[in-house]
Each structure stands twice: as structure tokens, then as C-alpha cells.
Write a protein that binds this ligand. Sequence first.
Ligand code: NAG
Length: 86
Amino acid sequence: MCLSKTRCSLCWITSCRTVVWVFLWTKFSCSPSTPADCSQYNLPMCPRNFEPVCGSDGTNYSNECMLCFQNMERKTNILIRSKGEC
Ligand SMILES: *[C@@H]1O[C@H](CO)[C@@H](O)[C@H](O)[C@H]1NC(C)=O
């Protein structure tokens, strides 16, 4: 639904640019960061399993939960850059 021709093409351009941006992002960022799924943990309690993840801050975390814990403690929003050590 369009209010006017101008507005219509404007919103088309905007959504088109978003699509292109998302496409380029997924295509060319070889390892897109994903947010940790912190809801599955009972913070601040973390399991002691060693399943390292690499944070978007370039730090090793011994598991996903430790990254969640850091985010909670330091009020940061570090993402998971990749599974495994950096
Ligand atoms: C993460 O761990 C790996 C393997 O132990 C090590 O080579 C790397 O330097 C560590 N990275 C950081 C930022 O501590």
C-alpha cells in the first residue's frame, strides 16, 4: 500500500538496500557472530564443562555460559565469534 508514488519508491529503495546489505553481510563475513543463548543457563551458576568459544572481544571463554556471565557482570554484549578457541 502506497501513500504516494514518491513515498513508494523511497520505501522500496530502503527495503532493497536492507536486503542487499544483509545479503552482503551473510556472504562476505566469513564467521558472523551470533549472540549466546544465555536463557538456557541458570546464571550466575555455570556448568564447569570445557567447551571453549571465542568471544567477539577476541577472548577465549571456557564455555558459552562463561561468556554470558561476563556479559552480565560487566554489562557488555559480547557475541560468539566462533566455537572453539580464538
Ligand atoms: C585462546 O586459546 C588458544 C589455544 O590455547 C590460544 O592459542 C590463543 O592465544 C588464546 N587466545 C586468547 C585471546 O587468549
